[in-house]
Design a binder for this molecule. Structure first.
Ligand SMILES: [Zn+2]
Ligand SMILES: [Zn+2]
Length: 79
C-alpha cells in the first residue's frame, strides 16, 4: 500500500487486523505474530500496578523506571 507522508509517497505495510502501518514487512510480520490481538504476556510484579507488556524488555524497562529504588546512575550515590 502506498501513502503520502511528509510530502513523499511511501510504501507501507498495514496490519490487516488493526490497521497499524509499518515501513517494513518484517515489522508487520513481527507485529501480527507477537502483538496484534495478543494478550500481553508479561505483567508487572508490583502490587497495584497493572502495567503489562508484550516484550520482556519493555517490562524490565518499566520496572527499572517506575519501581526501582536504585539511583539510575552509580555516580550519584553517596556523594
Ligand atoms: Zn495489528
Ligand atoms: Zn509496574
Amino acid at each position: 500500500m502506498r501513502i503520502e507522508a511528509f510530502g513523499e509517497p511511501m510504501d507501507v505495510f498495514p496490519c490487516p487486523q488493526c490497521g497499524k502501518m509499518y515501513r517494513h514487512k518484517r515489522s508487520l510480520v513481527r507485529h501480527v505474530k507477537l502483538e496484534c490481538n495478543q494478550e500481553p504476556k508479561f505483567s508487572c510484579p508490583e502490587t497495584g500496578c497493572d502495567y503489562r507488556a508484550h516484550q520482556k524488555v519493555s517490562l524490565r524497562r518499566h520496572v527499572l523506571v517506575k519501581h526501582s529504588e536504585e539511583p539510575l546512575s552509580p555516580f550519584v550515590q553517596n556523594l
